[in-house]
Design a protein around this ligand. Structure first.
Ligand code: CIR
Length: 293
Protein backbone atom coordinates (compact mmCIF):
# COMPACT_ATOMS: atom_id res chain seq x y z
CA UNK A 1 0.00 0.00 0.00
CA UNK A 2 3.03 2.30 0.55
CA UNK A 3 3.39 3.92 -2.83
CA UNK A 4 -0.38 3.81 -3.23
CA UNK A 5 -0.58 6.19 -0.29
CA UNK A 6 0.93 8.85 -2.54
CA UNK A 7 -2.52 9.99 -3.55
CA UNK A 8 -5.50 11.32 -1.69
CA UNK A 9 -7.00 14.76 -1.61
CA UNK A 10 -10.30 15.43 0.13
CA UNK A 11 -9.42 18.92 1.19
CA UNK A 12 -8.02 21.78 -0.84
CA UNK A 13 -5.33 23.45 1.25
CA UNK A 14 -3.03 20.88 2.93
CA UNK A 15 0.52 20.85 1.46
CA UNK A 16 0.44 19.94 -2.23
CA UNK A 17 2.62 16.85 -2.62
CA UNK A 18 1.69 15.50 -6.05
CA UNK A 19 -0.13 17.17 -8.89
CA UNK A 20 -1.20 16.35 -12.44
CA UNK A 21 -0.35 19.05 -15.02
CA UNK A 22 -0.07 19.45 -18.76
CA UNK A 23 2.25 22.05 -20.25
CA UNK A 24 0.60 23.77 -23.22
CA UNK A 25 2.41 23.23 -26.52
CA UNK A 26 1.39 22.75 -30.14
CA UNK A 27 -2.29 22.21 -29.27
CA UNK A 28 -2.42 25.72 -27.87
CA UNK A 29 -0.33 27.17 -30.73
CA UNK A 30 -2.79 25.69 -33.22
CA UNK A 31 -5.90 26.83 -31.32
CA UNK A 32 -8.14 29.44 -32.91
CA UNK A 33 -9.27 31.81 -30.18
CA UNK A 34 -12.86 31.91 -31.46
CA UNK A 35 -13.19 28.10 -31.37
CA UNK A 36 -12.19 27.98 -27.69
CA UNK A 37 -13.83 31.18 -26.41
CA UNK A 38 -10.39 32.66 -25.70
CA UNK A 39 -10.57 36.41 -25.29
CA UNK A 40 -8.49 39.50 -25.97
CA UNK A 41 -4.81 39.15 -25.17
CA UNK A 42 -4.58 35.48 -26.13
CA UNK A 43 -1.10 34.75 -27.42
CA UNK A 44 -0.11 31.09 -27.39
CA UNK A 45 3.65 31.58 -27.27
CA UNK A 46 3.45 34.07 -24.41
CA UNK A 47 0.93 31.80 -22.66
CA UNK A 48 3.39 28.91 -22.93
CA UNK A 49 6.15 31.05 -21.39
CA UNK A 50 3.85 32.19 -18.58
CA UNK A 51 2.85 28.60 -17.90
CA UNK A 52 6.56 27.78 -17.54
CA UNK A 53 6.91 30.38 -14.79
CA UNK A 54 3.83 29.00 -13.02
CA UNK A 55 5.09 25.40 -13.26
CA UNK A 56 8.41 26.59 -11.78
CA UNK A 57 6.57 27.99 -8.75
CA UNK A 58 4.69 24.73 -8.26
CA UNK A 59 7.88 22.67 -8.59
CA UNK A 60 9.77 25.00 -6.20
CA UNK A 61 7.13 24.29 -3.55
CA UNK A 62 8.38 20.69 -3.54
CA UNK A 63 5.30 19.20 -5.21
CA UNK A 64 5.97 16.32 -7.58
CA UNK A 65 4.44 17.06 -10.99
CA UNK A 66 2.99 14.18 -12.99
CA UNK A 67 3.07 15.43 -16.58
CA UNK A 68 0.56 14.74 -19.32
CA UNK A 69 2.20 15.43 -22.66
CA UNK A 70 0.75 17.75 -25.30
CA UNK A 71 1.02 15.49 -28.35
CA UNK A 72 -0.56 18.01 -30.79
CA UNK A 73 -3.88 16.32 -30.09
CA UNK A 74 -5.76 19.57 -30.57
CA UNK A 75 -6.94 19.66 -26.95
CA UNK A 76 -6.02 23.27 -26.23
CA UNK A 77 -7.91 23.43 -22.92
CA UNK A 78 -6.22 20.26 -21.61
CA UNK A 79 -3.69 22.46 -19.75
CA UNK A 80 -6.56 23.05 -17.31
CA UNK A 81 -6.06 19.71 -15.58
CA UNK A 82 -8.31 20.62 -12.66
CA UNK A 83 -11.41 19.75 -14.66
CA UNK A 84 -11.38 16.24 -16.21
CA UNK A 85 -10.92 14.26 -12.96
CA UNK A 86 -11.20 14.41 -9.19
CA UNK A 87 -8.99 12.61 -6.66
CA UNK A 88 -10.32 11.17 -3.40
CA UNK A 89 -8.52 9.31 -0.62
CA UNK A 90 -9.54 6.04 -2.33
CA UNK A 91 -8.64 6.90 -5.91
CA UNK A 92 -9.57 9.03 -8.88
CA UNK A 93 -12.98 9.70 -10.40
CA UNK A 94 -12.87 10.23 -14.17
CA UNK A 95 -15.29 13.02 -14.99
CA UNK A 96 -17.17 13.88 -18.18
CA UNK A 97 -16.84 17.35 -19.65
CA UNK A 98 -19.63 19.85 -20.18
CA UNK A 99 -17.63 21.73 -22.87
CA UNK A 100 -17.71 19.68 -26.05
CA UNK A 101 -14.16 20.59 -27.14
CA UNK A 102 -12.87 19.05 -23.92
CA UNK A 103 -14.54 15.61 -24.23
CA UNK A 104 -11.23 13.90 -25.09
CA UNK A 105 -9.48 14.99 -21.89
CA UNK A 106 -10.77 12.49 -19.29
CA UNK A 107 -9.12 9.59 -21.17
CA UNK A 108 -5.75 11.37 -20.86
CA UNK A 109 -6.27 11.55 -17.10
CA UNK A 110 -7.29 7.92 -16.84
CA UNK A 111 -4.09 6.86 -18.63
CA UNK A 112 -1.97 9.12 -16.38
CA UNK A 113 -3.51 7.66 -13.21
CA UNK A 114 -2.98 4.12 -14.46
CA UNK A 115 0.71 4.74 -15.01
CA UNK A 116 1.08 6.59 -11.68
CA UNK A 117 -0.55 3.74 -9.72
CA UNK A 118 -3.64 5.72 -8.71
CA UNK A 119 -6.73 3.48 -8.73
CA UNK A 120 -9.82 4.53 -10.67
CA UNK A 121 -12.81 4.67 -8.36
CA UNK A 122 -15.46 5.43 -10.96
CA UNK A 123 -16.41 7.36 -14.04
CA UNK A 124 -19.19 9.82 -14.90
CA UNK A 125 -21.22 8.46 -17.82
CA UNK A 126 -23.61 10.13 -20.32
CA UNK A 127 -25.92 11.92 -19.87
CA UNK A 128 -24.04 13.07 -16.77
CA UNK A 129 -21.46 15.83 -16.95
CA UNK A 130 -19.27 17.06 -14.09
CA UNK A 131 -16.18 19.30 -14.33
CA UNK A 132 -13.60 19.45 -11.54
CA UNK A 133 -13.86 23.23 -11.34
CA UNK A 134 -17.39 22.77 -10.05
CA UNK A 135 -16.28 20.59 -7.13
CA UNK A 136 -15.19 22.05 -3.78
CA UNK A 137 -14.30 20.05 -0.66
CA UNK A 138 -15.93 22.02 2.16
CA UNK A 139 -14.55 19.42 4.55
CA UNK A 140 -13.26 15.92 3.91
CA UNK A 141 -16.78 14.45 4.06
CA UNK A 142 -18.63 17.21 2.19
CA UNK A 143 -18.23 17.93 -1.50
CA UNK A 144 -20.09 20.99 -2.84
CA UNK A 145 -20.81 20.80 -6.58
CA UNK A 146 -21.96 23.68 -8.76
CA UNK A 147 -24.88 22.85 -11.06
CA UNK A 148 -24.52 24.96 -14.18
CA UNK A 149 -23.46 24.88 -17.79
CA UNK A 150 -20.60 22.41 -17.15
CA UNK A 151 -22.15 20.12 -14.51
CA UNK A 152 -25.68 18.71 -14.52
CA UNK A 153 -27.98 16.95 -12.07
CA UNK A 154 -27.36 13.50 -13.61
CA UNK A 155 -23.62 13.99 -13.09
CA UNK A 156 -24.07 15.16 -9.51
CA UNK A 157 -26.19 12.09 -8.75
CA UNK A 158 -23.59 9.76 -10.28
CA UNK A 159 -20.82 11.44 -8.32
CA UNK A 160 -22.90 11.13 -5.15
CA UNK A 161 -23.30 7.38 -5.74
CA UNK A 162 -19.54 6.91 -6.43
CA UNK A 163 -18.55 8.82 -3.28
CA UNK A 164 -21.26 7.52 -0.90
CA UNK A 165 -19.23 4.40 0.07
CA UNK A 166 -16.44 6.78 1.21
CA UNK A 167 -18.91 8.54 3.53
CA UNK A 168 -18.82 11.68 1.36
CA UNK A 169 -21.98 13.77 1.10
CA UNK A 170 -22.27 15.40 -2.35
CA UNK A 171 -24.38 18.57 -2.38
CA UNK A 172 -25.46 20.43 -5.54
CA UNK A 173 -25.80 24.22 -5.74
CA UNK A 174 -27.25 26.18 -8.67
CA UNK A 175 -24.88 28.56 -10.41
CA UNK A 176 -25.96 31.65 -12.36
CA UNK A 177 -25.56 31.71 -16.14
CA UNK A 178 -23.01 34.50 -15.82
CA UNK A 179 -21.68 35.59 -19.20
CA UNK A 180 -23.56 32.86 -21.06
CA UNK A 181 -23.24 29.21 -22.01
CA UNK A 182 -20.00 29.63 -23.95
CA UNK A 183 -18.14 31.25 -21.06
CA UNK A 184 -16.46 29.29 -18.30
CA UNK A 185 -18.22 29.69 -14.96
CA UNK A 186 -17.56 27.03 -12.34
CA UNK A 187 -18.31 26.97 -8.61
CA UNK A 188 -14.57 27.62 -8.22
CA UNK A 189 -15.01 30.79 -10.29
CA UNK A 190 -16.66 32.31 -7.23
CA UNK A 191 -14.65 30.70 -4.39
CA UNK A 192 -11.04 29.64 -3.76
CA UNK A 193 -10.03 27.92 -0.50
CA UNK A 194 -6.99 29.66 1.06
CA UNK A 195 -6.64 27.90 4.41
CA UNK A 196 -8.57 25.23 6.28
CA UNK A 197 -11.48 27.55 7.12
CA UNK A 198 -10.58 30.60 5.04
CA UNK A 199 -11.75 31.27 1.49
CA UNK A 200 -11.63 34.03 -1.10
CA UNK A 201 -15.10 34.59 -2.57
CA UNK A 202 -16.94 36.79 -5.01
CA UNK A 203 -19.98 37.25 -2.79
CA UNK A 204 -22.49 38.60 -5.34
CA UNK A 205 -22.31 35.38 -7.37
CA UNK A 206 -22.23 32.84 -4.53
CA UNK A 207 -25.23 30.49 -4.41
CA UNK A 208 -26.96 31.52 -1.18
CA UNK A 209 -27.23 27.98 0.21
CA UNK A 210 -23.51 27.44 -0.48
CA UNK A 211 -22.68 30.67 1.36
CA UNK A 212 -24.81 29.43 4.27
CA UNK A 213 -23.02 26.07 4.22
CA UNK A 214 -19.62 27.81 4.38
CA UNK A 215 -20.82 29.94 7.30
CA UNK A 216 -22.21 26.85 9.09
CA UNK A 217 -18.80 25.18 8.68
CA UNK A 218 -17.11 28.15 10.34
CA UNK A 219 -15.43 29.63 7.27
CA UNK A 220 -14.12 33.18 7.26
CA UNK A 221 -14.77 34.68 3.83
CA UNK A 222 -12.47 37.24 2.21
CA UNK A 223 -14.61 39.19 -0.26
CA UNK A 224 -12.90 40.10 -3.54
CA UNK A 225 -13.68 43.58 -4.88
CA UNK A 226 -16.07 44.08 -7.81
CA UNK A 227 -13.70 46.14 -9.95
CA UNK A 228 -10.88 43.57 -9.91
CA UNK A 229 -13.31 40.70 -10.50
CA UNK A 230 -14.61 42.53 -13.58
CA UNK A 231 -11.16 43.62 -14.81
CA UNK A 232 -9.71 40.12 -14.47
CA UNK A 233 -12.60 38.23 -16.06
CA UNK A 234 -12.95 36.66 -12.58
CA UNK A 235 -9.37 35.41 -12.50
CA UNK A 236 -8.40 37.54 -9.48
CA UNK A 237 -10.40 34.99 -7.53
CA UNK A 238 -8.68 31.89 -8.85
CA UNK A 239 -6.00 31.29 -6.24
CA UNK A 240 -4.06 28.07 -5.62
CA UNK A 241 -3.11 27.08 -2.07
CA UNK A 242 0.28 25.33 -2.08
CA UNK A 243 0.03 24.84 1.66
CA UNK A 244 -2.42 26.36 4.18
CA UNK A 245 -2.24 30.14 3.80
CA UNK A 246 0.48 30.09 1.13
CA UNK A 247 -1.04 30.85 -2.25
CA UNK A 248 -0.34 31.64 -5.91
CA UNK A 249 -2.45 34.24 -7.74
CA UNK A 250 -2.46 36.00 -11.11
CA UNK A 251 -0.55 39.29 -10.98
CA UNK A 252 -2.18 42.70 -11.35
CA UNK A 253 -4.90 42.70 -8.70
CA UNK A 254 -3.42 44.55 -5.72
CA UNK A 255 -6.64 45.00 -3.74
CA UNK A 256 -7.44 41.29 -3.84
CA UNK A 257 -3.83 40.54 -2.88
CA UNK A 258 -3.89 42.98 0.05
CA UNK A 259 -7.13 41.47 1.37
CA UNK A 260 -5.57 37.99 1.38
CA UNK A 261 -2.42 39.32 3.05
CA UNK A 262 -4.51 41.05 5.72
CA UNK A 263 -6.17 37.67 6.34
CA UNK A 264 -2.70 36.21 7.02
CA UNK A 265 -1.81 34.69 3.65
CA UNK A 266 1.59 34.66 1.98
CA UNK A 267 0.90 35.49 -1.66
CA UNK A 268 3.05 34.91 -4.76
CA UNK A 269 1.84 36.35 -8.06
CA UNK A 270 2.85 35.57 -11.64
CA UNK A 271 2.03 37.35 -14.88
CA UNK A 272 -0.72 35.50 -16.75
CA UNK A 273 -2.21 38.13 -19.03
CA UNK A 274 -1.79 35.89 -22.09
CA UNK A 275 -2.60 32.60 -20.34
CA UNK A 276 -5.16 32.78 -17.56
CA UNK A 277 -7.21 35.86 -18.33
CA UNK A 278 -7.94 35.19 -22.03
CA UNK A 279 -8.21 31.39 -21.62
CA UNK A 280 -10.57 31.70 -18.62
CA UNK A 281 -8.62 29.53 -16.18
CA UNK A 282 -6.27 30.36 -13.32
CA UNK A 283 -3.73 28.67 -11.04
CA UNK A 284 -6.22 26.22 -9.53
CA UNK A 285 -7.49 25.25 -12.98
CA UNK A 286 -3.94 24.53 -14.21
CA UNK A 287 -3.46 21.87 -11.50
CA UNK A 288 -5.18 18.64 -10.52
CA UNK A 289 -4.02 17.86 -7.00
CA UNK A 290 -3.40 14.14 -6.67
CA UNK A 291 -2.00 14.14 -3.14
CA UNK A 292 -2.34 16.71 -0.43
CA UNK A 293 -1.34 15.92 3.14
N1 CIR B 1 -11.44 25.01 -13.26
C1 CIR B 1 -11.48 25.99 -14.14
O1 CIR B 1 -12.01 27.07 -13.89
N2 CIR B 1 -11.00 25.74 -15.34
C2 CIR B 1 -10.89 26.70 -16.36
C3 CIR B 1 -11.10 26.10 -17.70
C4 CIR B 1 -10.98 27.10 -18.81
C5 CIR B 1 -11.25 26.52 -20.16
N3 CIR B 1 -10.96 27.47 -21.20
C6 CIR B 1 -12.69 26.09 -20.29
O2 CIR B 1 -13.49 26.84 -20.82
O3 CIR B 1 -13.02 25.00 -19.88
Amino acid sequence: MDHLMTYGSQSMTPPLKRVLMRAPGDSLRQAKAEDWHYGAGFDANRAIEQFGVFAGLVAASGAEIIWIEDTSDGLADAMFTHDPSLVTDKGAVILRMGKSGRMGEPDLHEAAYKSAGVPILGRIEAPGVVEGGDCIWVDENTLAVGRGVRTNQAGIEQLGAILAPLGVNVLGFDLPLGNGAEACLHLMSVMSPLDEKLALVYAPMLPVAFWQLLKDHGYTLVEAPDDEFAASNGLNLNVLALTPGEVIMVDGFPKTRALMEQAGCKVTAFNADALCIPCEGGPTCLTRPVWRE
